[in-house]
Design a protein around this ligand. Structure first.
Ligand SMILES: C[S@@+](CC[C@H](N)C(=O)[O-])C[C@H]1O[C@@H](n2cnc3c(N)ncnc32)[C@H](O)[C@@H]1O
Length: 246
């Protein structure tokens, strides 16, 4: 089933509230990854982007894209939601970059167009990875990199929906994660570790690393309640994949 209409409606509806709540954290400094705003300077996932052609899949308000544009990359920010793109337009700094409305499932770009395709809880969380990963691989040039951060299966499997928090007890069937209902018909996506490997390799990508960011015990999760509060210091909350197209 095509998840794009419902996901677009969801993000258009929640964009203002989402940016009010999260932009102060995720836009506070350049290159912050994920729910714990882990600096890329600690993880070394993206590297030097000067002069590189970069595509962000699901750029939201462009907290990442505007930082990379300011560093001298030629950035395109793609997102499904016009409300999110409008927020990115308003927040754009001196380094201008194009914003494109589109879906990670069907990228409106020619093959071999980018040196780096990346996202942080963007198009590879909100589009079916079995469709979006081959699209990302298609638009990468040879030697180009796909780098992306998603929730870990641990995090999702330990999520207690009724209590609305992550726990230390397995709550969901690991093999049944696949699609996660986000309300009003919207859907996010999750794969098992094995399926991620198969989807990436199936798209012809080489897996260079799987970084599991480990926040300090005192670093708060900006999005979800966890029990204990330092849950992500003990178990991996996120998967940061780094890959390249040979
Ligand atoms: C959690 S935000 C990620 C953006 C930013 N990194 C952040 O943390 O706010 C998810 C973004 O994915 C976008 N999105 C949802 N479905 C998408 C799709 N199929 N293709 C591209 N972007 C999509 C949403 O509109 C939203 O802006």
């Amino acid at each position: 089933m095509d998840s794009t209409p419902a996901n677009r409606r969801l993000w258009n509806r929640i964009s203002s509230a989402y940016q009010r709540e999260h932009d102060p954290q995720i836009g506070a400094a350049p290159r912050l990854w994920g729910m714990y705003s882990t600096p890329d300077a600690h993880l070394h996932a993206v590297g030097d982007v000067t002069g590189r052609r970069v595509l962000e899949l699901g750029c939201g308000a462009g907290q990442w894209s505007r930082a990379l544009a300011a560093e001298g990359a030629t950035v395109v920010g793609l997102d499904l939601s016009e409300a999110q793109l409008a927020a990115a337009g308003r927040a754009m700094g001196a380094a201008r970059y194009p914003l494109v409305q589109g879906a990670a499932e069907q990228l409106p770009f020619a093959a071999d167009s980018f040196d780096l395709v990346f996202c942080d809880f963007g198009g590879l969380s909100w589009a079916p990875p079995r469709l979006a990963v081959p699209q990302a691989a298609r638009v990468l040039r040879r030697g180009g990199r796909l780098v992306f951060n998603v929730a870990s299966p641990w995090f999702e499997a330990c999520y207690d929906e009724p209590a609305d928090r992550v726990t230390t007890t397995l709550q969901q069937d690991y093999f049944g994660l696949n699609t996660i209902a986000e309300g009003d018909g919207a859907t996010s996506f999750q794969l098992t570790y094995g399926d991620w490997v198969r989807v990436l390799r199936g798209a012809g990508l080489i897996i260079d690393d799987l970084i599991e960011p480990r926040p300090d015990p005192t670093t708060p999760n900006g999005y979800n309640r966890t029990d204990p509060p330092d849950w992500a210091h003990h178990w991996p909350a996120e998967l940061l994949w780094t890959t390249h197209k040979p």
